[in-house]
Design a protein around this ligand. Structure first.
Ligand SMILES: Cc1cc2nc3c(=O)[nH]c(=O)nc-3n(C[C@H](O)[C@H](O)[C@H](O)COP(=O)(O)OP(=O)(O)OC[C@H]3O[C@@H](n4cnc5c(N)ncnc54)[C@H](O)[C@@H]3O)c2cc1C
Length: 416
């Protein structure tokens, strides 16, 4: 139904970032319209959560639903070497025996639907099958969007005081405003699919995310157990290694990489593939700025970091919640300038950078076990970072030790 009253806030995209921002703003009484081009449930990659998402879910009021859900509980992560040698599982729950140390492995179709339903119940007016064609500006002030109803083809203009862009990697604003900066050190790509009845560990480690290196450390597989006995299995490697002078057939490519990865090969032997092959290419980037006058970028629409440590959904919901606070402040005071709407950016960038350092260190061949042997005092910080506790300046002392160890390491070809 077409609304005649303009909203205070328009949110583009109903993924975790957009839903979170929209929910929090509606919960404090703002009129929020969310436009989503798809109809949910819809497929999305990004299935393994990390523990620090808990804090945002507690804030939006989603925890009870997650606890009641059919999602696989994730208590641990595990690393497997290129020869198939399995490290002891690392249990977040043993390191910090609190409720928030357990998280979930989610099928994003179901998870994102849960978040969007929660947004609706919180008062957000959600328009599915509505694609935002462009953001509208008067001078440098964003004043609304032009949106198309994908069912009827009808186009209309909707005005608002603030536009929050949560439209993911295809971000409506980032390219229009020429803000995208690719991460030259992380030119990676991924190919993945799903298996039924693949191997699973017993007990609580059955829900672990495994990171399994391929031969010669050219790349790594994620191995994520989902509900209904489905496992998400994907390989990440250097873009050129995966896609230059190789077969164009994703299935053949995937099979070749499985042949190079004893750890994964053994785990999917006898399992049945139950979905198509999919790919993502060269995906790490960050915008030059997170906000301007009347607009804000959240989640992947602002920036995306390699999925090695499963930080994407955390960063999406965290930026959604930080941006919601800034927008609330702006709407309350009438100050909708870049300064107010982007007040959260510096702290957020530092957090993203902390995770990026660990990602780059892994690709450079850094052994975190050795770091911890040399500097036992870093163990807690490394663990906190991997759980997603990224927004504390004290952690930088440990990251300096990571840098120092990388400097000391003999020059070696970076892991693809
Ligand atoms: C290979 C790979 C593996 C990953 N693995 C993990 C993982 O294990 N764990 C993890 O946490 N993260 C992972 N991620 C990252 C995760 O997928 C993203 O970080 C996360 O989905 C970002 O959420 P978002 O809300 O910002 O964007 P999205 O989830 O992409 O949501 C954006 C929404 O906007 C909609 N939209 C887009 N354009 C428009 C438009 N013009 N108008 C209206 N609607 C629009 C889209 O339909 C979509 O629903 C992975 C990513 C990749 C590429």
């Amino acid at each position: 139904m077409i609304q005649t009253v303009d909203p205070d806030v328009i949110v583009i995209g109903g993924g975790p970032a957009g839903s979170t921002a929209a929910t929090l703003l509606a919960q404090v009484g703002h009129r929020v319209h969310l436009f989503e081009r798809e109809t949910f449930p819809r497929f999305h990659i990004g299935e393994s959560l990390i523990p620090c998402t808990y804090e945002v879910f507690a804030r939006t009021g989603l925890l009870a639903r997650l606890k009641d859900s059919h999602f696989v509980k994730k208590y641990s992560v595990q690393f497997v070497s290129d020869t198939g040698k399995v490290s002891a599982p690392f249990f977040f729950t043993q390191y910090k025996p609190v409720e928030s140390s357990q998280t979930w492995q989610v099928r994003r179709a179901d998870f994102d639907l849960m978040l969007l339903d929660h947004a609706k119940e919180s008062g957000v007016q959600v328009f599915e099958k509505h694609r935002v064609l462009e953001a509208l500006f008067e001078g440098d002030q964003c004043v609304g969007v032009r949106v198309q109803n994908e069912t009827t083809g009808e186009e209309r203009t909707v005005r608002a005081k603030v536009v929050i862009d949560g439209s993911g990697q295809s971000s409506v604003l980032i390219d229009r405003l020429k803000l995208r900066q690719w991460d030259e050190e992380l030119k990676k790509a991924a190919v993945w699919t799903y298996f039924k009845n693949a191997w699973r560990d017993d007990g609580e480690n059955g829900g672990a995310t495994s990171v399994i290196q391929t031969e010669g450390k050219r790349g790594w597989f994620w191995y994520i157990p989902l509900h209904d006995n489905i496992t998400s299995v994907g390989v990440v490697s250097d873009y050129t290694h995966l896609f230059k002078n190789r077969t164009k057939d994703l299935g053949e490519l995937f099979a070749e990489e499985v042949d190079r990865c004893p750890g994964v090969k053994a785990r999917i032997e006898g399992a049945e593939r139950c979905d198509q092959f999919r790919a993502a290419k060269e995906y790490s980037y960050r915008a030059k700025q997170a906000a301007g006058n009347g607009w804000v970028l959240v989640g992947d629409a602002y920036g995306f970091l390699d999925p090695l440590y499963s930080s994407g959904v955390l960063l999406a919901v965290k930026s959604g919640s930080l941006a919601a606070d800034a927008v609330h402040q702006g709407l309350t005071t009438g100050d909708l300038t870049q300064t107010t709407l982007g007040a959260w950016e510096p702290e957020y960038v530092l957090g993203m950078e902390r995770m990026r350092k660990l990602v780059v260190a892994y690709y450079k061949g850094m052994n975190f076990g050795k770091l911890i042997m040399k500097h036992p005092e870093t163990k807690n910080d490394i663990t906190d970072l991997l759980m997603g506790d990224l927004f504390r300046a004290e952690l930088d002392i440990t990251l300096e030790k990571v840098d120092a160890m990388l400097q000391e390491m003999p020059e070696q070809p970076a892991m693809a």
